[in-house]
Design a protein around this ligand. Structure first.
Ligand code: C2E
Ligand code: CA
Ligand code: CA
Ligand code: CA
Length: 278
């Protein structure tokens, strides 16, 4: 069926044909990747600024492609979302994350939380909550150990099913965080209506903060507002010591970024945590 499709596409504008074909190829490759276990997770430490050290990690998916090598998520998640494969990839991520928590537990790292990224598309299919609950149960993981990073756009959908799903996840004890905070929408009203516990200040703000006075003011205001609403603030993409110091001075709760650690393979996490204790 694929080669027939190819001939049909050849009829149309060649530029379009090429991008359509690339997409179809990637879709096929993604399906194969699911069948042959080509996905893996890397883990980036999230470090507390109030002396508590590493409290948690964020799981970031990668694709070990047989020809292209390690493919970053920005290159395949959009295709996975359009094709619906994100449901299966997302379920794999949930399972792999819970299995990894159980493995770290066995090594005495039972205080760690793990944040996973959820696509808005995953909320459009029923049963997300029960699939998460089943994985937690299967791997004997307390739901408080799992954090879910969601986007502002999901909350702006004003969808009752989404709102109820978030309420249920919160009631289970799962921590909900808003990812890339500040990039999506200027309306902050929605924050009052959802059970959010954490804001992740987008990397672009952290990057501009040192040079741009207005960005610095914005980050300071986000921290103040978040704390007034009893939300925690995590700053993403911290690469320089001066950024970390400024964020500490602003009262930011946690930081994440290359300055502390790049996302690491699971096997390197216990050693990294050990090295922080020294
Ligand atoms: P994100 O959730 O905002 O993740 C942070 C991204 O910034 C990661 O890129 C991380 O490697 C990178 N990063 C961390 N610290 C620094 C830093 O100090 N400097 C710079 N320049 N970058 C830093 P990554 O792993 O390529 O992920 C890209 C995006 O792909 C993620 O952005 C997230 O939106 C998405 N993604 C990753 N894993 C998943 C997943 O399992 N499911 C879904 N739906 N999306 C995922
Ligand atoms: Ca994230
Ligand atoms: Ca982010
Ligand atoms: Ca991002």
């Amino acid at each position: 069926a694929k080669s027939r499709g190819k001939n049909t596409f050849d009829f149309y504008a060649p530029e379009l044909t090429q991008s359509v074909r690339a997409r179809l190829t990637m879709e096929g490759d993604l399906r194969a990747a699911l069948d042959t276990n080509q996905f893996l997770l890397h883990y980036q430490p999230i470090v507390s600024l109030n002396g508590a050290g590493v409290q948690g990690l964020e799981a970031l998916v990668r694709w070990q492609h047989p020809v292209r090598g390690l493919v970053p998520p920005d290159e395949f998640i959009p295709v996975a979302e359009d094709s619906g494969l994100i449901h299966e990839i997302g379920d794999w991520v949930i399972d792999a994350a819970c299995a990894q928590l159980a493995q770290w537990d066995a090594r005495g790292l039972s205080h760690l939380t793990l944040a996973i990224n959820l696509s808005p598309v995953q909320f459009r299919r029923d049963g997300l909550v029960s699939r998460i609950a089943r994985r937690l149960r299967q791997h004997s993981i307390a739901s408080e150990r799992l954090h879910l990073e969601i986007t502002e756009s999901l909350l702006m959908e004003q969808n009752r099913h989404v709102a109820e799903t978030l309420q249920t996840l919160d009631a289970m004890g799962i921590g909900l965080c808003i990812d890339d905070f500040g990039t999506g929408y200027s309306a902050l009203n929605y924050l009052r209506h959802f059970p959010i516990r954490q804001l992740k200040v987008d990397r672009s703000f952290v990057e501009d903060m040192l040079h741009a006075e207005d960005t610095r003011a914005l980050v300071r205001a986000i921290v103040l507002m978040a704390h007034a609403l009893r939300l925690e603030v995590v700053a993403e993409g911290v690469e320089e010591k001066s950024q970390l110091e400024l964020l500490r001075e602003m009262g930011c709760d946690q930081v994440q970024g290359y300055l502390l650690s790049r996302p690491l393979p699971a096997a390197e996490i216990p050693g990294w945590i050990e090295s922080q204790r020294l």
